[in-house]
Design a protein around this ligand. Sequence first.
Ligand code: C5P
Length: 216
Amino acid sequence: MVKLMLALDVMDKNKALEIVKETSEYIDAIKIGYPLVLATDLKIVKEIKELSNKEIICDFKVADIPSTNEKIAKLTLQYADGIICHGFVGEDSVKAIQNIAKENNKKVIMVTEMSHPGAVMFMQPIANELAKLAKKLGVDGVVAPSTRPERLKEIKEIVGEISIISPGIGAQGGDLEKVLRILSNDDYIIVGRSIYNSESPKESAKMYKEKLKNNF
Ligand code: C5P
């Protein structure tokens, strides 16, 4: 089954913990990014890991020189199971994160093409090259857009066995039915606002989980 990753981009600690408790029976993984960490601190990652016992991925879209990437990865992977980085900064920057992840048995996930409209300006033209780099480096996952199923398909064909983490379902308008025809069992869809902003995050998470179970 395709897995459900909750993007927990809320900016209030209690709300975050509440949503995790409510939705945890329906989600497989939690993605924590800057909104929640900057509103609280990095220890929120540890707290949510302990509370949920789910796979926790930090979406810090790391994009720096190797030595700085290494420091960011060390701090993040003390608590998280994986970290999202950019590949456009080059092979050495990604490798620096992979070295830290390997020592700790953690995941490195690389962004290929982002899901928002602006991604067509600069990211889309190089996204296939980024996907090739991800494959060459043997990263543990790549981020590719549910908002553009044809691009998702192309990127999946390039990366082959590497797991896809795909945002864009829900608030960004991605078509889940089309996306599920492309994704396979170890892939994930990421859903944020349409779960955490809904009247009942629990019911919304349940609805997505059921769609994944029934393959729509
Ligand atoms: O709220 P929504 O479901 O649109 O959340 C999507 C999540 O995926 C956000 O956390 C966003 O930062 C993230 N993301 C994305 N496109 C990427 C990488 C991450 O939308 N390429």
